[in-house]
Design a binder for this molecule. Sequence first.
Ligand code: NDP
Length: 328
Amino acid sequence: KSYQAESKRYDGMSYRRSGKSGVLLPALSVGLWHNFGFVDNLQKGREILRTAFDLGITHFDLANNYGPPYGSAEENFGTIFKNDFKPYRDELFIATKAGYDMWSGPYGNWGSRKYLISSLDQSLKRMGLDYVDVFYHHRLDPDTPLEETMGALADIVRQGKALYVGISNYQPEETQKAAALLKELKVPFILHQARYSMFDRWVEDGLLNTLNDNGVGCIAFSPLAQGLLTDKYINGIPEGSRASKKLTYLDEDTVSNNLDKIQKLNAVAQNRGQKLSEMAIAWILRQPQVASVLVGASSSNQLKENVKALDNLKFSNDELNLIEKIIS
Ligand code: NDP
């Protein structure tokens, strides 16, 4: 069936400025790391993206190697885009990245100009796009001069293949250096994508300040710690859940090691009249430097549930202290 976007799609979502740029991002964005590969059900993925856009989620996050297999999330996205979203291209903010292992040989990984430029060309073909809105270097390459990597990002923008650039998983010191180089090159560096959740707070130790100093926004990935910060694992590991699939570092041990905290946090959330997943998202949005929280979803219902986080973003000092005690 052909897709007609919900006419009231912008009414319920809030939009937050990315650093000091002109870009507003939805408070919640959707990532295609899981659930969009050839191993997954395309119709289900399609439904998730339709639901997202209907909820005012204008930002979709991809990477060259999302799948599995590598490249398949972009290819599936291309199929969905062609069928459903083409008329809405200018209402969408689409991201992709390169920096991790993608193809064999010396040019399919890390941070050379050779890799970044050819990878983005491949990504654009797979997605059927003329340009992406933001292109990220996915992780620091300690062996390639930062000047080369940032120079490649600059040329990508000048070639019209990306409107803005970002970096991901860079530590504060390298982030500062990258920001200085990109400033010199007059390239719009608007986003740093970093893991951030109640279970991983490394960004609070310098990165958010560095971003603030440079007028760069943060987009927080794995805000639910891949599903740990929801009520799904409280009574064991459900069939079909990410922890049951053994695709990532989320496994039985991680679940059992965190169960006590999860139960205590769940009680705090219930007292706020929220689900734990909603509270986990709201807790990240308390940081002004965070432009968007980047969630994953294996169903459109999860996404609908996660957007409800926006109904209660306020925390009392007592609640914050209680959470602090549980997670520190
Ligand atoms: P989350 O922490 O949001 O985890 C998503 C998973 O949590 C879902 O797949 C689902 O798991 C579960 N979940 C989500 N909502 C609910 C809910 N309401 N109730 C119960 N369970 C729920 O984020 P991800 O780890 O998926 O990361 C999000 C995005 O961030 C990625 O898609 C990617 O775009 C980006 N990312 C970037 C990285 C980088 O290096 N730059 C690294 C990792 C991610 P289940 O399948 O079990 O249902």
